[in-house]
Design a protein around this ligand. Structure first.
Ligand SMILES: O=c1ccn([C@@H]2O[C@H](COP(=O)(O)OP(=O)(O)O[C@H]3O[C@H](CO)[C@@H](O)[C@H](O)[C@H]3O)[C@@H](O)[C@H]2O)c(=O)[nH]1
Ligand SMILES: [Mg+2]
Length: 214
């Protein structure tokens, strides 16, 4: 998964996923501009496997994280990244199972499909608990992310997960015992992760921890 080579970066104006835009406006009569990205909303799910008393996370290579941690070298109209100096592992993250809202379906249905596709569990809709929603960014991208919680068991696992291979998704499913996960909230800054994962764990320890035996 971290065997990333031949990295080239170019400007982007015709994406199916994002729209980089420049906003012109007046605030209290003063002219201003702001550069922002319009993108899909998303869902994510904290999955707790009761059979193993572990959280089910996904690990994947994230180009956005990788370019942020690397140095872009200009070559005419594009950039290159030296993968000898900046190896692919820089872009590997631990995340909640998550997916973009790019279909006209209810959020819980999208979450259910994402759990099956990425983690291999068949979860009935009534087992999905909506926790809350929040803006995933405020400076450049204000998309809405809705977070769910679901408890699963070994019997609910129907595939190995791993993402949609037709779309080229390459996802490792990792289970981290509840006992070891607390360090992901504050202590382990070397694990690259989104704030939603940290929030979800705090929510679990605050609201659910008494429900399991650890
Ligand atoms: O530029 C792109 C963007 C997406 N894809 C494809 O689209 C899929 C999208 O996957 P999906 O699982 O639906 O969404 P995520 O990439 O997991 O992103 C969601 O989950 C992330 C983790 O919470 C959030 O940061 C994002 O905002 C949210 O959209 C990818 O796997 C690719 O197959 C591309 O090929 N190129
Ligand atoms: Mg995803």
């Amino acid at each position: 998964m971290d065997n990333v080579t031949d990295v080239t970066v170019s400007p982007c104006s015709d994406s199916a996923y994002i729209k980089p835009l420049r906003v012109f406006y007046k605030q209290n009569g003063v002219s201003k501009t702001w550069d922002a990205v319009k993108s899909h909303d998303s869902v994510c799910i904290l999955l707790f496997n009761k059979s193993t008393e572990s959280f089910v996370f996904v690990k994947q290579f994230r180009p956005a994280i990788y370019i942020q941690k690397s140095e872009l070298q200009k070559h005419e109209d594009h950039w290159k990244i030296d993968t000898g100096k900046y190896p692919g592992e820089l872009g590997i993250t631990y995340e909640l199972c998550a997916g973009i809202v790019d279909k006209d379906k209810n959020l819980d249905v999208i979450a259910q499909e994402e759990i099956l596709e990425e983690c291999g569990f068949q979860v009935p809709l009534e087992k999905l608990q909506r926790i809350t929603s929040y803006r995933s960014g405020v400076g450049t991208n204000g998309a809405l992310q809705t977070i769910f919680y679901a408890e699963v068991t070994g019997e609910m696992r129907v595939t190995e997960g791993g993402g949609n291979h037709h779309e080229g998704e390459l996802i490792d499913v990792v289970e981290v015992p509840v006992k070891e996960s607390r360090r992901l909230i504050l202590d382990d800054e070397n694990v690259t992760k989104p704030v939603g994962l940290m929030f979800a764990l705090l929510w679990f320890y605050e609201n659910k921890h008494g429900a399991c035996s650890t």
